[in-house]
Design a protein around this ligand. Structure first.
Ligand SMILES: Cc1cc2nc3c(=O)[nH]c(=O)nc-3n(C[C@H](O)[C@H](O)[C@H](O)COP(=O)(O)O)c2cc1C
Length: 188
């Protein structure tokens, strides 16, 4: 049986990232017949610049992201909120994946956005902005797969999200919904 690959992009670079832990939770809970691969390397990608996005000489780190995205069946973005919107590292990844215009690796890719942030709304502005940007970039955003968990630094101070029963259930549901979008595409 062919395995579906979900590529996870995490919008926080720090070692103890609670969003990184959420990505680990998704990897841990991937339903049978699927796997979640966490992309390691967003920090190495230069800021998007047309002058360096040249056929045959795309920066290696950006090319690696493009290829990992092309090879994935779906994307899962997990991100905190930075000053009311998407962290720059994740926006930069979206920009690289949106080019070449109309043919970027994101085009038509089933994509969900979830995450946790310290504020009381769990980063929902960042998540909504990410969905908006992804749609403009050509992704097939799975709108039903939404999760914004408040109080990141407190809630996951002592407990990894995979050991939080409510969060584990929510992450499993997100994966089912995202992978369900793949089945819908095959059936259509
Ligand atoms: C530069 C910066 C800006 C932040 N802005 C927000 C914000 O607008 N809303 C919010 O809820 N939390 C904000 N936070 C707190 C983050 O939500 C919190 O640190 C979160 O746990 C970071 O995610 P991580 O644990 O995956 O690194 C901000 C943190 C940083 C470093």
């Amino acid at each position: 049986m062919t395995e579906n690959t979900v590529l996870a992009l995490v919008g926080s670079l720090r070692a103890g990232s609670t969003n990184g832990q959420l990505a680990e939770t998704a990897a841990h809970l991937a339903p049978s017949g699927s796997k979640v691969v966490i992309f390691d390397g967003l920090a190495d990608i230069p800021f998007y610049n047309d002058d360096i996005d040249l056929p045959g000489s795309v920066p290696a780190a950006a090319q690696r992201l493009r290829e990992a995205t092309q090879n994935a069946d779906a994307l899962l973005l997990l991100t905190p909120e930075h000053n009311g919107t998407i962290p720059a590292v994740l926006k930069n990844a979206i920009d690289w994946l949106s080019r070449p215009f109309g043919e970027g690796a994101l085009k038509g890719k089933p994509t969900a956005v979830i995450g946790t942030a310290y504020g009381q709304y769990g980063g929902v502005w960042a998540h909504d902005d990410a969905r908006k940007s992804l749609k403009i970039a050509g992704a097939d955003v799975v709108e039903e797969a939404k999760l914004s968990i408040p109080g990141s630094l407190v809630r996951f101070a002592e407990v990894h999200p995979k050991d939080d029963a409510e969060v584990s259930t929510q992450v499993s549901e997100i994966l089912e919904t995202l992978l369900g979008a793949l089945k819908d595409e095959v059936a259509a």
